[in-house]
Design a binder for this molecule. Structure first.
Ligand code: HEC
Length: 454
């Protein structure tokens, strides 16, 4: 049984300029928002033709070049600057056709969450450009860009004086990426020493080192300690509970002001930092030492936050077929004194065959609220989504997962990447402390129905 859970990554879509930051080797990674020159406005990269039609150029600057820029950032494999970039064929399809599919959300969404998707108008302009055969700009002069470029800076740390202690989660040594694989999951452990006082985690700020290869990062609590030297790891291990997630474009890293994640007194807390690296060019010698700075407070907030998990584990994905599983759970009567609870983030989790993950709150009467609907699901871009809803007595929580088994074999529930999952880890407060309650209870109490999809 997988036991994971998430938290505070409040990921909101945002715009602005990029801050590529790569610390010189050997230096203490001191990232945070940098003041590097942004790749915005009319700056152009050397050797690139400035020939995209104005509307396409504006779209690329606003929503794509934050990663597909110069340098390529956050694992983006190709630059998107000029007509030649889009004419390029990787396989049988020109990049323009792939880009159009992703803009529309067919199979994958670009830009990836939490960044703002292209508008219908922008997609229509791009589609027309592709239909016309990718004409250049000609003699047109483009005016100011209507939208500011996407912001990929990491979130700001909390103001000085907020934290009674700010432990830095950093690897014992930098990790050197291999050249043979494109995507790798690497983990290192950090133990927070015992403290005589009970504390709460109230914010987490990423400390980014090599933004060319860092795709996203997650912090888990674990039941045992792990080496501080980064090494390849599973995407999730059974005793991990997710505490914080960061992906390029994520902004919030602060807990709701009433709540914090408890760090109990007189106990060592084991944490694991997981880094997803992308090295699409298979370049050698790429190193990274990214981590997270925690903000702990001894001035306890009124409420403790916690996790719970929704989902289902009974499904069989037949080869070539599509399946939808819907699992409902209603809070048991014994919980009534602890409700309502405030849900502030959700983290959907499926594996590679997943195509959609949705979480809804269905009140006793009235319209359902959608907490998150990741459609299409993208295994490569798993993040947490901020939300702000109250779960009351009598409410039903419904999780919907859809898959397309494109493999020649049946696929079942399991922890291996080749197996499948349907979970949503939510973070909420105040923490439910009734005996017999476990954060897995909603999963164990849910009733699921499976339907074949055409
Ligand atoms: C937050 C960073 C980011 C932003 C912003 C972004 N991309 Fe990507 N893109 C990636 C990454 C990383 C990949 C590699 C595949 C993966 O990990 O999903 C990728 C892959 C692609 C690919 C496939 C390239 C190939 O060679 O297969 C296309 C096409 C693409 N993106 C288009 C776009 C377009 C168009 C936009 C803007 C509308 C955009 N992307 C915005 C990060 C980004």
């Amino acid at each position: 049984m997988v036991r994971i859970a998430i938290a505070a990554a409040s990921c909101l879509a945002f715009f602005a300029c990029i801050a590529p930051s790569s610390d010189p080797a050997g230096e203490d990674p001191k990232p945070g928002p940098t003041s590097n020159p942004p790749h915005s406005g009319h700056e152009h990269t050397s050797g690139k033709a400035d020939d995209l039609p104005c509307a396409i150029d504006a779209l690329m600057k606003a929503k794509c070049q934050g990663c597909h820029g110069d340098p390529l950032l956050y694992g983006a494999p190709v630059p998107l600057f000029d007509v030649a970039d889009f004419e390029h064929k990787d396989g049988k399809e020109a990049l323009a056709d792939v880009a159009l599919r992703y803009l529309k959300g067919e199979g994958r969404v670009m830009p990836p969450a939490p960044n703002t998707r292209a508008t219908d108008e922008e997609i229509a302009a791009f589609e027309e450009w592709v239909a016309l055969g990718l004409p250049g700009r000609g003699d047109a002069t483009c005016g100011e860009h209507p939208h500011p470029p996407d912001k990929m800076d990491p979130p700001e740390p909390p103001p000085p004086g907020t934290c009674s202690d700010s432990p830095k989660l950093a690897p014992a040594s930098k990790y050197t990426l291999g050249t043979s694989v494109t995507d790798t999951y690497v983990c290192y452990g950090v133990d927070l020493p015992k403290s005589a006082k009970r504390r709460q985690v109230i914010a987490m700020t990423p400390t980014l080192d090599n933004t060319q290869v860092l795709h996203h990062m997650i912090v888990f609590t674990a039941s045992k300690s792990r080496s501080g030297t980064p090494s390849p790891c599973a995407q999730m291990e059974s005793d991990w509970k997710m505490l914080y997630g960061w992906a390029p474009g994520s902004t919030g890293s602060q807990m709701p002001k009433e709540a914090g994640f408890p760090i109990e007194a007189n106990a060592v807390t084991h944490l694991v930092v997981q880094l997803h690296y992308s090295n699409p060019s298979h370049a050698s010698g790429k190193q990274d030492g990214s981590g997270v700075e925690l903000c702990l407070t001894e001035t306890l907030r009124d409420e403790d936050a916690d996790f719970m998990v929704f989902g289902g584990t009974s499904f069989t994905l037949q080869p070539g077929k599509k399946l939808r599983m819907v699992c409902d759970v209603k809070a048991p009567q014994q919980l009534a004194p602890y409700l309502p609870v405030n849900v502030f983030a959700t983290f959907p989790h499926m594996h590679k065959l997943g195509t959609r993950s949705k979480l809804e709150l269905i009140p006793k009467s009235g319209a359902p609220t959608t907490l998150v609907d990741v459609n299409p699901w993208d295994f490569n871009h798993q993040i947490s989504y901020p939300t702000d809803v109250q779960m009351k007595a009598g409410d039903t929580v419904r999780i919907t997962c859809e898959w397309h088994n494109t493999t020649p074999d049946p696929v079942y529930y399991g922890e291996e990447t080749a197996e499948e999952m349907c979970f949503n880890f939510i973070t909420y407060y105040p923490k439910i402390t009734v005996a017999q309650w476990s954060y897995l209870a909603p999963l164990q109490l849910s009733t699921c129905t499976n339907t074949d999809l055409p």
